[in-house]
Design a protein around this ligand. Structure first.
Ligand code: CA
Length: 232
């Protein structure tokens, strides 16, 4: 159960989303414009935002970028039409954690929301470890990561991906494993989300002169990724 912001200008889709989410126990604020969404995000905090990219007043990607700035720790899920592939990549780079393609299947929507909200909470049965590789330190209990003396500013799913990689350095991790462990255990479809998050993590790990002392995310063609300690 969470506090959700729904941004959708289509009355029928928005109405269905709102009532279905309420039935599942969520508190829902529904906004029909980009400006309305940004105002709501200024005065209120949300666990998760469902953001339609095609809005009447503002560019959806720009709304995404500004929402990310105002709600750094909330999960941002874009709602896109099937033919908006480019928008998906741009939206992920603008700060979205995930996306769903319209027409939205409610069962998938609820499963995805459940998975996202569950990950946000520290669960006692999960091992709360601290990983140290080179200059990188990942503290999963505090959800903090640092490179040398500098704290890394990571989005929620970037942190989860980094923690997952750091848990098994030197191992080949398949794309499917990473998608399942970090996003959704029933993931089926594109892994573009993963590529954008890997690219963002690589950027953050090599910034500010730590390129030689930070671990690397190595791409294994057709198989996945391997997290390598700088001494390997
Ligand atoms: Ca729309």
């Amino acid at each position: 159960m969470g506090r959700l912001l729904v941004v959708e200008d289509d009355i029928t889709i928005g109405g269905h989303l709102e009532s279905s989410l309420r039935v599942h126990g969520h508190e829902v604020v529904w906004q029909r414009t980009g400006r309305g969404a940004l105002r709501a995000a200024e005065v209120d905090e949300f666990d998760l935002v469902l953001l339609d990219l095609g809005l009447p007043d503002l560019d959806g990607v720009e709304v995404c970028r500004q929402l990310r700035g105002r709600q750094p720790s909330s999960i941002l899920v874009m709602l896109t039409a099937r033919d908006e592939e480019m928008d998906v990549v741009v939206g992920l780079e603008a700060g979205a954690d995930d996306y769903l393609t319209k027409p939205i299947r409610l069962a998938e929507l609820h499963a995805r929301i459940r998975a996202h909200l569950r990950r946000g909470q520290p669960s006692p049965e999960v091992n709360q470890a601290t990983y140290v590789l080179g200059d990188l330190r990942v503290d999963t209990a505090a959800r903090r990561a640092s490179l040398g003396a500098r704290e890394l500013e990571l989005r929620p799913r970037e942190f989860d991906l980094l923690a997952r990689l750091a848990a098994e350095p030197g191992m080949a991790l398949s794309r499917e494993t990473l998608m399942a462990d970090v996003w959704d255990e029933h993931w089926s479809g594109s892994t573009k989300t993963l590529d954008v998050h890997v690219a963002a993590l690589r950027r953050k790990l090599t910034d500010n002169g730590h390129a030689d002392t930070a671990p690397r995310i190595v791409t294994l063609r057709g198989r996945g990724f391997r997290f390598e300690s700088p001494t390997d």
